[in-house]
Design a protein around this ligand. Structure first.
Ligand code: M6R
Length: 614
């Protein structure tokens, strides 16, 4: 997970910046760098590897200055080597930029800049931002104007800080979308801070301003001015962070669940970062290294988990079977442990767990181990048992999930499973390098697609308000989105206490359809996937029995617009990634219903975040 720290004041910047990076280390990274401004010159130190490598480099070649920026990077474009580490600078070293996110139109912008004679010094998408700002400044624009013009050209979710030797008494920062946050810290006596996350600056100040998506700020020793990307001034709201860091982390959100739903673009970006290279299509999990021989020798994968985590395995099964042609069996962990499953040394048992401490999941892993299987896990909590006992693991990279109702720890493993399926398919010779590149390229748009759904939260809120007093409902889905229906129903029932049943739509006619009438809303998950036509006929059947229908459907789908009572629109996405996007409106729907009912959203009755007993 990339981290950003910036400082402007009267003290040496470097110790403050490096200390800030240390506070963000827990988020993970593969290289780090720092840039400071001194006597009209920008000086940079950048190193692949752990922060201590950078600290040693700075000790050997000291840097001085009272304005600076620093960064920890997870690679997305270009390998984790010194020249790809941030900050990135222009050839004259008058500009430096640090950046979290993915510039979706990076290739087009790079080609445009190269055709104008710009030479790139790195493989990163970040470097286009430097050259764009530089180009506008060379055309006579001020730093603020040049940055604004450049930022408006970027597609995707990004957080940025810019340092300029030509205007040395300011930092420019911006937040485009939800994939990277920016918090500005208001210090004492002419000191100001910028960071991607609160922990980086909390030791200096608790008076902070959170930038909203689409805002940029000019930060000087005197304070911060905030603007929209169109240049309209925005009132600067200063929040005093309470001493309780957990409460502090809630930021402007009423509940952790809402915060965590909105964190998904960033969580997904961090899930992808460090694992894929968008230029080559290569995928690598450092904690689950795989050779072609190993991938070819797997006869079967047993996927096992509980609750929300179990639903990810249903998607994983479709992906691994389609892309890698490995048979996959999914089983709820509490059943697996007692089912005497047929497992042998040629098989993998793959457990998914946010906490990594769920008793049933751990017992299922032990069962697999005893029978000689290779153990893999996808897990969020670093150092948890599910991580330690596995032969290889993928860490979710979503940061702490506080709300009992899991949200970002659902979508991130879906992306992990997609990457794993692509990699297994490639290593087994089922996918060509070209096909792998295409499948990987889609990943860069995932944070942006989720972002688009989040931008419609208010419309979903209104529908939730209308349906808040329903007592029962069905969630229907098919194929890869059957899991979306199950997960949507689980979200609603666990926090709103409304009876919600997730069902495979094709099974309705074998019994449950008898329940449908005008008091039984149907939430139909019907994106443009291979099961679309089949789902459409289920929706027609529900309508003909008088059931109100809320559909999750793809923008521009006129058939659904005509048929459903309400539609939660999602962007057009490749079907294998559709579960990642289609669940988001259902998370919001569940959240808003529970919040409107005045319930304890983050701590629902009878539930615990981590179920460590049988
Ligand atoms: O920590 P785990 O992912 O192993 O937890 C498994 C389930 O208890 C969990 O996914 C649960 O269903 C969710 N918190 C529900 O939102």
């Amino acid at each position: 997970m990339c981290g950003i720290v910036g400082y402007i004041g009267h003290r040496p910047a470097v110790p403050i910046l490096l200390n800030g990076l240390k506070r963000l280390e827990y988020r993970g990274y593969d290289s780090a760098g720092v840039a400071v401004l001194r006597n009209g010159q920008i000086e940079v130190r950048r190193k692949a590897g752990k922060l201590r490598v950078l600290i040693e480099e700075v000790a050997r070649n000291p840097l001085e200055g009272m304005v600076g920026i620093a960064h920890t990077r997870w690679a997305t474009h270009g390998e984790p080597i010194d020249r790809n580490a941030h900050p990135h600078v222009n050839p004259h070293r008058t500009l430096a930029v640090v950046h979290n996110g993915i510039v979706e139109n990076f290739l087009a912008l790079r080609e445009e800049l190269e055709s104008e004679g710009v030479t790139f010094a790195s493989d990163t998408d970040t470097e286009v931002i430097v050259h764009l700002i530089d180009r506008h400044m060379q055309a006579g624009r001020s730093l603020v104007e040049a940055a604004r013009e450049a930022l408006r050209m970027l597609k995707g979710s990004n957080a940025i800080v810019v340092l300029s030797a030509q205007e040395p008494d300011k930092l420019i920062t911006a937040r485009l979308g939800n994939a990277g946050g920016i918090v500005i810290g208001h210090g004492e006596d002419g000191e100001m801070f910028v960071a991607s996350d609160l922990p980086a600056i909390l030791e200096h100040t608790r008076r902070v301003t959170f930038l909203e998506p689409g805002q940029m700020a000019v930060v000087t020793r005197e304070g911060a001015q905030v603007f929209t990307l169109e240049g309209e001034p925005v009132a600067v709201e200063i929040t005093t962070v309470p001493w309780d860091i957990t409460a502090a982390e809630k930021g402007p959100y009423k509940h952790f669940m809402l915060k965590e739903i909105f964190e998904q673009p960033r969580a997904l970006m961090d899930t992808i970062a460090g694992r894929v290279d968008f230029r080559t299509g290569e995928i690598a999990f450092s904690t689950l290294p795989l050779t072609s021989e190993q991938a070819r020798s797997i006869s079967k994968i047993h996927m096992t988990a509980c609750g929300t985590a179990y639903h990810t395995t249903l998607v994983g099964k479709v992906l691994v079977e389609r892309l890698a042609r490995i048979p996959v069996e999914t089983m709820i962990a509490s059943e697996f442990r007692y089912a005497d499953p047929i497992v042998d040394e040629s098989m993998v048992v793959l457990a998914v767990s946010q906490s990594g401490e769920t008793a049933d999941t751990l017992a299922a892993m032990h069962e697999g181990k005893q029978k000689g299987a290779t153990l893999w896990s996808i897990v969020n909590v670093i150092g948890s048992q599910a991580m330690r006992i596995a032969d290889g693991y993928i860490s979710m990279q979503v940061g702490p999930e506080i709300s009992v109702a899991s949200t970002k720890a659902y979508t991130a493993p879906l992306v992990d499973l997609y990457m794993l399926a692509v990699q297994l398919g490639f290593l087994r010779g089922r996918i060509t390098p070209e096909e792998r590149l295409e499948l990987v390229e889609h990943l860069q748009y995932v944070p942006g697609w989720v972002e688009q759904v989040l931008s419609r939260a208010e419309a979903i809120h209104q529908v939730a308000f209308k349906y808040r007093h329903m007592r029962h409902c069905f969630y229907l889905g098919r194929g890869i989105n059957m899991a979306t229906a199950y997960e949507g129903a689980l979200k609603l029932k666990e926090i709103s206490y409304i009876h919600a049943e997730g069902y495979p739509a094709g099974e309705m006619k074998h019994g449950p359809i008898a329940l449908l009438d005008e008091d039984m809303p149907v939430i139909a998950v019907i994106p443009q996937d291979p099961w679309y036509e089949k789902m459409l006929s289920q929706v027609e059947q529900a309508k003909s029995r008088g059931a109100p229908v809320i559909a999750v459907a793809t923008e521009g789908d006129e058939r659904i617009a005509d048929l459903a009572d309400e539609v939660f629109w999602i962007p057009k996405v490749p079907w294998m990634l559709s579960p990642v996007v289609a669940i988001v409106p259902l998370q919001l729907f569940a959240y808003y219903i529970a919040a409107e009912l005045g319930l304890d959203v983050d701590q629902p009755r009878n539930l615990a975040k981590s179920v460590t007993v049988e």
